[in-house]
Structures are given as structure tokens and as C-alpha cells.
Design a protein around this ligand. Structure first.
Ligand SMILES: NC(=O)c1ccc[n+]([C@@H]2O[C@H](COP(=O)([O-])OP(=O)(O)OC[C@H]3O[C@@H](n4cnc5c(N)ncnc54)[C@H](O)[C@@H]3O)[C@@H](O)[C@H]2O)c1
Length: 461
């Protein structure tokens, strides 16, 4: 039953204008109420980037209480799209409405997928983050809501652009979720409230650890040119190895822990002082260090230490803590979920000193972030996570840049930096070159602290 007359009249408006005026953005500049726009109460979803997380996010999107439906899929690799198509169609047959005509391959595939949506629907942007600003810009032009995976930028210029695009999305009333799903964890939410109410006093220190083996594609061997004909697609397949594509292992892996400390502190740091290096990398050609250590400083002078490592046979830890003047808190215990958040009197995790322990059963934050986004769309609540998503991404860049350059780096320096790893990322084509090329020895430029001033690497002519 229609309960919102403005929605109904808008649907009529869309039927009579948006559909018939091909190629003309009839909606641009017009602020419409952003309730969902499908002919019934169904919210249509398009998936751009059909890999591991994109498939997971689409599945979470199809699992929400509100009726949703996947209508389009886009990727640059057909086999990834097909695998995702098969998995999602089997898992959600009643909410799956992708046909041969709504599967798109190529660097412009995202446009075709977004074109299948109406204002009020949602596009999922789950490619490596290099493409985020390009695809977000188009989604804003088309007036569709967005769910985008973290990180949302890889360097200063792309972060600054995302902050601006976030404001444009806000001005249009679009709902935008950013995949820092721990922010939607109900137990961490309660922890945040307790900390803000002073349960552990003033926060004076944060500690975050992402110490793990070589996960994802952070270590990469030279390309086999026989089996991997396209250098660009090979770099995309190994996106954790290339700073232009992902911001490297540092940005991809550490951002969650960085963001949850910033959340509990209720601020973002203004400065980073970091070290790092490549210990024993054999023939690997990726641009990553394998260990990083960052001291972040907040405006009030308090500190936050981050330890990130990808190495074999070393101590593993995936956890975040904050220490206050009266006690300490566990934010993450071992991964993202369950958080097993707790607060303690004093600075030790002493079981006898527990103040509060989150409930054993925690709802999955990957589901919660979708319930929250869809609820905002259906009930037209303000919802735009771009500013904090961009700040978390930029603070992450700040730590990485400090380690890679060997310099003390401020937030302002990052936002105003001129090193954009792939300024042509919006013009890539399936048969075109990659943004960075190997030298005659098959090596890519790697960061070398102290060698290149404030630049993470310099491409030698
Ligand atoms: N929130 C989380 O916990 C979480 C977990 C994993 C990954 N992620 C994020 O999700 C994103 C994707 O990671 P993933 O692990 O799914 O990687 P993936 O390699 O499994 O998937 C990426 C997909 O995007 C496709 N793609 C690349 N460039 C494209 C383009 N220009 N247009 C269309 N498709 C394109 C690739 O072909 C691939 O299928 C990253 O930003 C990553 O950080 C988030």
C-alpha cells in the first residue's frame, strides 16, 4: 500500500521523464525525496566488482528484512562475475533478477550496471578502491544510493576528491554506506557509549594489531607473461601488491583497526610517525613493506600505536584496545566478529577487574550495516558515511606515507599532497596499459624511506 504520496508522485515523474529522455540527465540538480523508487517496495541493487567481498556484500544486501533484488552485475573479469552470479543465484533465488542482458564486462561496465537502477536503488562498489571515486561520481550523477567498500581512497588526491563527492551526495540527499562494518556492530556501539560516558576515563592511548601471515595478494611473484597476457588485469588480480590499486596491504588490512580506535576516541589523528621495511622478500615484486609500526597523535596529544605485519612464523594478533585514565577496553579480540568487547578497571585485562562484557551472541556487523542503510533509504533518514570513511582512509594513508617516506606526516599534508598514484584510473581500458609498469628487471618502484622526500616512490624515467 502506498503510504507516501510524494514517493508516488515521484515515481510517476520518473516514469514520464527519466526513462524516456535517453542520455539526458533530467534529474540533475533536482532534489527529490529519496525514498526507494521501484514500482513496488522493492529496492534494486547493482553489484560492481563481483569478487569475494562484492559477492558477500550483495548477499548481505539480499538478506535484509526489506525486499531487495539484485538486478545487475559488473566486473572486468568475466570468470569472477560468473562465479559470483552462480553463487548468488543459488543462495538467493527469490531475490536474484540478473539476466544475460544485465551482466556487464569492462572498465565502463559500472555505468551500464548503474544505468539499470532508478533513484532510490543502491549500487554496491566493491572493486579495489582505486576505482571508488570514478564510480561514486557516476552514481551521484545518476542519483542512486551507494554502498562502497573500504578503503575509499588510496592517496591524498583521491581522498580529497571523495570528501568533495561526499558533500555532493549529501546535497542530493543520497544515502551512502561505507564498508567499515564494525561501526555497525551493536556491541562495539554499546562500548562506544560507555566510553563516552566516562567508564574508563579519558582515553590516553590506543593500541591496534594486525599481525598476520601473507594474506590476500600482498606478496606477488613476477608476472608469467604466457598465462597473464594483460598486465593491467594481472595487477588488478593482485591489487594488494600495487599502491595505485589498493593503497597496498597497509591500507587494505589496517584500516579497520585504525578506524575502530578513532571511533572510540571520537576523533581522527592529526599526525603520524612511522617505521617499516621489507625483511626477506626474495623474488616478490609487490610494493609493500612486510612490517609497519605507526605512532599516531591526536589533537589532544594522546597517542595511538598500530602494528601491522605480514610474515610467516611470527606472532599473530588481530585486536584493538584503548586505555583510559581509569581503565581499559577491548574493542576487537580476534578479527572483526564477534568483537567480545569488554571494559576493565585498571590497565590489565584482568578477569577479576571486568566492568562490562558484551553479550555472547552478537549480530553480524556485515548484516547490520545493510539493515541500517536500507532502513535509512526506506524511512528517508540522513545517512552519509563518506566523510568519516574518507577520513579513516586518509589517516590510514598518513601512517603508510610516513612509513614509506620515513618522514613525520600530518593529516593536512596528506589531504593536500600531489602524489596521485593513478590519475588516469577513469580512462583505463581492457587492452590498455597499467598505471605502473615494471622496469627491465621486472621490478616495480618500491618505497625507500629517506630517498624521495615526501613521495612514497618515484618512477625513474
Ligand atoms: N569490509 C571488509 O571486511 C572487507 C573484506 C574484504 C575486502 N574488502 C574490500 O572490498 C574490496 C574488494 O576486495 P575483494 O577481496 O572482494 O577483492 P577481489 O579481487 O576478490 O574482488 C574485486 C573484484 O573487482 C573486480 N574489478 C576490479 N576492477 C574493476 C573495475 N574497474 N570495474 C569492475 N570490476 C572491477 C575484479 O575483477 C574482482 O572481481 C576492496 O576494497 C577490499 O578492501 C572489505
Amino acid at each position: 500500500m502506498e503510504t507516501n504520496p510524494s514517493a508516488s508522485s515521484r515515481r510517476e515523474f520518473l516514469k514520464s521523464t527519466g526513462k524516456t529522455v535517453a542520455g539526458l540527465s533530467v534529474l540533475s540538480g533536482i532534489t527529490l525525496p529519496h525514498v526507494h523508487a521501484a514500482g513496488d517496495d522493492t529496492i534494486d541493487i547493482a553489484l560492481v566488482g563481483c569478487g569475494g567481498r562484492g559477492t558477500g556484500a550483495a548477499s548481505n544486501a539480499m538478506g535484509v528484512k526489506q525486499r531487495t533484488r539484485l538486478v545487475a552485475m559488473a566486473d572486468v573479469q568475466e570468470n569472477r562475475l560468473e562465479a559470483s552470479f552462480n553463487g548468488l543465484s543459488n543462495k538467493h533465488p527469490d531475490r536474484f533478477s540478473v539476466s544475460a542482458d544485465s551482466k556487464f564486462i569492462g572498465f565502463d561496465a559500472y555505468k551500464h550496471a548503474i544505468d539499470m537502477l532508478k533513484p532510490g536503488d543502491v549500487v554496491v562498489l566493491a572493486t579495489p578502491p582505486a576505482f571508488r571515486w570514478v564510480q561514486f561520481k557516476y552514481a551521484i550523477e545518476k542519483g542512486v544510493n551507494v554502498f562502497m567498500e573500504k578503503p575509499i581512497c588510496v592517496d591524498g588526491p583521491s581522498g580529497k576528491r571523495m570528501l568533495e563527492l561526499g558533500k555532493e551526495a549529501e546535497a542530493k540527499g543520497l544515502k551512502v554506506g561505507v564498508g567499515l562494518m564494525c561501526r555497525h556492530c551493536r556491541v562495539r556501539g554499546e562500548l562506544f557509549d560507555r566510553i563516552q560516558q566516562g567508564e574508563i576515563g579519558d582515553i590516553i592511548l590506543g593500541r591496534a594489531y594486525r599481525l598476520q601471515g601473507p594474506v590476500g595478494t600482498c606478496f606477488t611473484l613476477p608476472r608469467d607473461k604466457e598465462t597473464e597476457k594483460s598486465e593491467l588485469i594481472w595487477q588488478i588480480k593482485n591489487f594488494h601488491s600495487f599502491l595505485w590499486a589498493s593503497g597496498g596491504a597497509f591500507s587494505d588490512f589496517n584500516i579497520h583497526n585504525i578506524d575502530e580506535i578513532c571511533w572510540m576516541k571520537n576523533d581522527f589523528p592529526i599526525e603520524a610517525k612511522a617505521t617499516g621495511g621489507r625483511t626477506d622478500r626474495g623474488d616478490y615484486i609487490d610494493q609493500n613493506f612486510d612490517h609497519y609500526s605507526v605512532e599516531y597523535t591526536f589533537r589532544d596529544g594522546s597517542k595511538f600505536w598500530l602494528e601491522g605485519r605480514n610474515a610467516m612464523k611470527t606472532h599473530n594478533e588481530f585486536a584493538s584496545y584503548v586505555h583510559g585514565s581509569k581503565g581499559m577496553a577491548v574493542i576487537s579480540t580476534a578479527g572483526h566478529f564477534p568483537s567480545r568487547a569488554m571494559t576493565f578497571k585498571g590497565q590489565n585485562k584482568d578477569p577479576k577487574e571486568i566492568i562490562w562484557r558484551g553479550p555472547k551472541q552478537e549480530p553480524n556487523p556485515y548484516d547490520m550495516e545493510w539493515e541500517d542503510l536500507i532502513d535509512a533509504i526506506v524511512n528517508n533518514k540522513p545517512y552519509n558515511e563518506v566523510e568519516r570513511g574518507a577520513k579513516a582512509s586518509l589517516v590510514t594513508v598518513m601512517g603508510r606515507m610516513s612509513a614509506h617516506t620515513g618522514q613525520l606526516v600530518t593529516y593536512d599534508q596528506v589531504v593536500n599532497h600531489d602524489q596521485e598514484f593513478a590519475p588516469n584510473v577513469d580512462k583505463l581500458t581492457l587492452d590498455g596499459p597499467a598505471p605502473i609498469l615494471a622496469d627491465a628487471n621486472g621490478k616495480y618502484p618500491i618505497p625507500y624511506p629517506g630517498a624521495n622526500g615526501m613521495y612514497e616512490y618515484v618512477v625513474k624515467a
